[in-house]
Design a protein. Structure first.
Ligand code: EPU
Length: 336
C-alpha cells in the first residue's frame, strides 16, 4: 500500500480547504489497515480516520497520518420474514447504500437520502434527517483499535447513540477505526412522514412507498442545502440546542414564531438556524466564507477561504446568539 507524503486534501474535505496531510494512506482491505496501524513509523504521529470529509473542518495542514478507508463491499448476511441484515464496508458512499436499500425496498434509511459522507462515518455522529436517526437501523459497528489493530465489536447499546453523538465522538474518539456497519432493515417499512411538510409533499404520490420518500427528500435537500460539489460546506455547522422546557416556553412567549420540538416533558429542542437568522446572519458574507442564503445553519466557503475564516465567523455567530438569546450554540462538525 502506498503511503503519500504531503498529500493534498482539498478534494477530500467538502469545505474544499486547501490543506495537506503529512502522510496519507487509503487501505482497501482489513489486512492493509491492520499493517498500517501496527507500522512503527506512524505510532508517534496523530492519526485521523476520514470518511467522505463531509463533517470535517481543517484549521491547518494535518501533521500526521490520514487514513482514508476504502472498504467498499456490501453483503446481505441474514434474512427472515420481516427483516434483512446487511453488512456494509466503511468506505461505501452513504447515499449509494441508501439507494441500494431503497431499490430492494428494504426500509429504514430512506429518510437519510442525500446525506454526504460514507457508511463508516454514519454512526460517529449518528446522522439524522427528516425525523430519522441512523441508529434506528444500526445493529452493530465493527472496528479495529488504533493502538494495536485488534478487532472490536460495538453492539447497538455500546455505541451510546445520542443526538448527533455516539461513543465514537466520546470515549472512543480517535481510538477506533470503524471498518463495517451492520444494519437491520425492514421488508415492510412504515413511512416516517411527520417531519415538516413531508406528509404534505407525499400527498402528490398516492400509495407512496420508500422510493417516493427518497425522491421527496432529495428534492427538499436540493432546494435548501448547498451541494458541496458547487459550494464548499459541511452541512449543519451547529447542533440544534436543547433547552429546559421553561426556558423554551419563555422564549416562545417573546417570539411566538419560534418553532419548537419537544424532546420529552423536561426538554425542548429549538432550531439553531432560526436563532442565527434572527441575529441577522442568514446570507451574510465575510470575505471568502459566509452563512448560506437558504439555510442559516450551513456555513460555506465561496472559494479560497480557510478553516480559520470559518471558525472566526462561527465564533461571531455564537457570540451574537449568546448576546441576544442567552443560548450557547455547540458545533456539530469535527474541528481538526
Ligand atoms: N429555519 C430558519 N432559518 C433557516 C432554516 C431553518 O428559521 O435558515 C427554521 C425553520 O423554521 C424550520 C426549522 O428551522 O422549520 C428547521 O429547519 P430544517 O428543517 O431545515 O432543519 P434544521 O433543524 O435546521 C436539521 C439537521 C439537518 C437535517 C434537517 C432536516 C441538525 C443540526 N441539522 O436541520 O442535518 O438535514 O434537520 O431533517 O440537527 C446536518 O446534520 O449536517 C444536517 C444538514
Amino acid at each position: 500500500m502506498q503511503i503519500h507524503r504531503n498529500y493534498p486534501l482539498r478534494a477530500h474535505n467538502t469545505f474544499g480547504f486547501d490543506v495537506k496531510a503529512l502522510y496519507y494512506a487509503a487501505p482497501s482491505c482489513l489486512e492493509a489497515l491492520g499493517e498500517l496501524l501496527a507500522h512503527p513509523s506512524y505510532n508517534a504521529v496523530p492519526r485521523l480516520v476520514m470518511g467522505g470529509g463531509s463533517n470535517l473542518l481543517f484549521r491547518k495542514d494535518f501533521p500526521g497520518l490520514v487514513i482514508h478507508l476504502q472498504l467498499r463491499e456490501c453483503a446481505k448476511i441474514a434474512e427472515d420474514e420481516t427483516t434483512v441484515t446487511l453488512r456494509a464496508g466503511a468506505g461505501v458512499v452513504w447515499d449509494d447504500f441508501v439507494a441500494h436499500c431503497v431499490a430492494h425496498r428494504w426500509g429504514g434509511v430512506e429518510n437519510l437520502s442525500g446525506i454526504p459522507g460514507t457508511v463508516g462515518a454514519s454512526p460517529v455522529q449518528n446522522i439524522g434527517a427528516y425525523g430519522v436517526e441512523v441508529e434506528t437501523a444500526i445493529k452493530q459497528v465493527e472496528a479495529l483499535r488504533i493502538d494495536d489493530g485488534q478487532p472490536v465489536v460495538f453492539t447497538h447499546e455500546a455505541c451510546r447513540f445520542g443526538y448527533r453523538d455516539s461513543v465514537f465522538k466520546q470515549a472512543w474518539k480517535n481510538k477506533a477505526v470503524i471498518t463495517h456497519v451492520v444494519f437491520e432493515l425492514s421488508k415492510s417499512p412504515a413511512l416516517v412522514t411527520h417531519y415538516g411538510s413531508m406528509g404534505e409533499a407525499l400527498e402528490a404520490f398516492p400509495g407512496a412507498g420508500i422510493e417516493q420518500v427518497r425522491q421527496v427528500i432529495l428534492h427538499t435537500r436540493r432546494q435548501k442545502l448547498p451541494d458541496p460539489a458547487d459550494l464548499g460546506n459541511a452541512g449543519s455547522f451547529f447542533k440544534n440546542p436543547t433547552l429546559p422546557k421553561a426556558q423554551a416556553d419563555e422564549l416562545r412567549a417573546a417570539y411566538p414564531q419560534l418553532p419548537t420540538y419537544p424532546v420529552d416533558d423536561q426538554l425542548t429542542k429549538i432550531p439553531a438556524a432560526w436563532l442565527i437568522e434572527q441575529c441577522g446572519w442568514k446570507g451574510k458574507r465575510a470575505g471568502q466564507v459566509g452563512v448560506h442564503t437558504t439555510q442559516a445553519l450551513v456555513l460555506v466557503n465561496y472559494g479560497g477561504g480557510t478553516g480559520n475564516d470559518v471558525l472566526q465567523l462561527a465564533h461571531a455567530i455564537q457570540q451574537s446568539v449568546r448576546d441576544k438569546f442567552n443560548i450557547q450554540l455547540d458545533t456539530e462538525i469535527n474541528i481538526v
